[in-house]
Design a binder for this molecule. Structure first.
Ligand code: GTP
Ligand code: MG
Length: 335
């Protein structure tokens, strides 16, 4: 073999390892046209496809259920999804990121380090209970380096109520000694005008991550308001719940795929006497069923304090703790 031939072989080898990242079109039954359809629906990589079910994939791409099933199976095989050994699992868990709430008490309530990635943290409570303020504080804190309680990442803030206030972000940024302009630049805000728009924005987030935006936190304030307003009629409850469940499912998928933390807010009526049963039960239903979900009930406490109660956590006790909303955001003390 002469020198040139050798080089050629070497180059081919190199090329092969560069191509290691498999494409959608590497899957059986997925040609360029189908791949293009999938991409326009926000499915860019094998992982996004592997976590779908055949019906869903069929609806989006137009392929038959049999083809969809084969493609999903192939994607799962290529990605080596399925069971893993305990140490592998521990390693994967190890990549979980945490974002401090700004309060040690609140962090402790959530298991020690604050809001975590690959999970949804839900705050529910009456108006003025501090749900948005906690979101704004997290939007700043996610930008901190890990040793300071952040994830060195950007935040996406989906604002359904028009309550995002840049000026408030500036105050909170100053509270941790950060440059307010830089902090604001790292928060990508979108106003969602109705529930369909709110749903659509998730695809945009997938794209941004794909384009390389280091998004580590996704905030939806409020998760439920549009759904509640649009599906308020008699007999619409089941529809609303179904849409909301699907949305939450998609949030969870994004969180899993991209190792994101998700923080959502959910308003409940101020007067518990108006409600039947447990006053801490959120309207719009519980975000049920997933192991890594944290639900906190927020309310005003004595002398300007706030109280957070953890509800139904799969691996933490249902504790209560006290914190404050200050000019610098969420804190353990009033000043
Ligand atoms: P809804 O969105 O209406 O359901 O309420 P929410 O739970 O999102 O309430 P939000 O987080 O907006 O809390 C509002 C409360 O936070 C105010 O009533 C104040 O008590 C407190 N707050 C907001 N900004 C500041 C601030 O700059 N300094 C201090 N000390 N407190 C603030
Ligand atoms: Mg709010």
């Amino acid at each position: 073999m002469d020198e040139e031939e050798k080089e050629d072989k070497e180059a081919k080898k190199q090329k092969k390892s560069e191509d290691k990242e498999m494409q959608l079109t590497d899957l059986p039954g997925i040609g360029p046209a189908v791949a293009a359809k999938l991409e326009s629906a926000g499915i860019y990589d094998l992982m996004s496809l592997a976590v779908m079910n055949p019906t869903e994939l069929g609806e989006i791409s137009g392929v038959s259920a049999a083809v969809a099933r084969k493609a999903i199976q192939a994607a799962r095989k290529m990605l080596n999804l399925g069971f893993m050994s305990g140490d592998e699992y521990a390693e994967k868990r190890g990549s979980v990121l945490y974002i401090t709430t700004g309060s040690k008490n609140l962090d402790a309530l959530l298991g020690g380090k604050g809001v975590e990635s690959r999970a949804i943290t839900e705050a529910f409570g009456a108006f003025g209970s501090g749900k948005t303020q906690l979101g704004l504080t997290l939007a700043v804190n996610v930008q901190l380096p890990p040793e300071k309680g952040g994830a060195s990442g950007k935040c996406v803030f989906i604002d359904t109520e028009g309550t995002f206030r840049p000026q408030r972000i500036r105050q909170i940024a100053e509270g941790i000694g950060a440059n307010p302009d830089n902090v604001l630049k790292n928060i990508l805000v979108a106003r969602a005008f109705n529930s369909d728009h709110q749903i659509l924005l998730l695809d945009r987030i997938s794209e941004m991550i794909k384009e390389g935006e280091p998004i580590k936190l996704m905030i939806i304030d409020s998760l439920t308001a549009h759904f509640r307003a649009e599906y308020s009629g008699r007999g619409q409850l089941a529809d609303r719940q179904q849409k909301l469940n699907r949305y939450i499912h998609n949030l969870m998928k994004l969180a899993e795929q991209h190792n994101l933390a998700v923080y959502v807010t959910n308003q409940v009526m101020a007067n518990p006497a108006q409600m039947f049963g447990d006053p801490t039960t959120a309207i719009g239903g519980n975000i049920v069923g997933h192991a890594s979900t944290y639900r906190m009930y927020l309310r005003r406490g004595k002398q300007g304090s706030r109280v957070a109660k953890l509800i139904d956590s799969p691996n933490l006790p249902d504790n209560e703790t006290v914190y404050y909303v200050t000019e610098a955001g969420v804190r353990d003390e009033e000043k």
